[in-house]
Ligand binder design. Structure first.
Ligand code: RB5
Length: 148
């Protein structure tokens, strides 16, 4: 499985730790940066990862900024993206099972690296359940289609 990763300056160290963790587990990671701790604009990386996932260049995406909020908001502006911020594993798992999220975001200033690994594991190991949840995800995507 190919995972696109992106982050701003606040999350370089966290991104590198999670990237190495995923690669050790056999995932292929495409790193969209930044790898610089100089202050930068998180929408750039949210959009890059959003486009990679929406365009099929990667199967799923992981975004990290200070809180996970700004970078997920940017990714969610890309058509086809369902990004969510998760600071604990339960919501991360349910976001896959029920909401079919294709991007996970979290905050490097919110969660520690060990908790981040648990969040990422639960998210990656869960599979969308479909059924009644498919109808609801379709309804979300319909809002996007009809958006003005
Ligand atoms: C950067 O200081 C910070 O605003 C950013 O990482 C993120 O938390 C925004 O949502």
């Amino acid at each position: 499985m190919k995972i696109a990763m992106g982050n701003d300056h606040s999350a370089v160290e966290m991104k590198l730790e999670i990237k190495a963790y995923l690669e050790d587990k056999g995932y292929e990671v495409v790193d969209f940066g930044t790898n610089d701790t100089v202050s930068c604009d998180y929408p750039v990386y949210g959009e890059k990862v959003g486009r990679a996932v929406a365009g099929g260049e990667a199967d799923l995406g992981i975004l990290i900024c200070g809180t996970g909020v700004g970078i997920s908001l940017a990714a969610n502006k890309v058509k086809g993206i369902r990004a969510c911020v998760c600071s604990e594993p339960y919501s991360a798992k349910l976001s896959r099972l029920h909401n079919n999220t294709n991007i996970l975001a979290f905050g490097a200033r919110v969660v520690g690296v060990e908790l981040a690994k648990m969040i990422v594991d639960q998210w990656l190991e869960a599979e969308f359940e479909g059924g009644r949840h498919q109808r609801r995800v379709d309804m979300i995507m319909e809002i996007e289609k009809n958006g003005k």
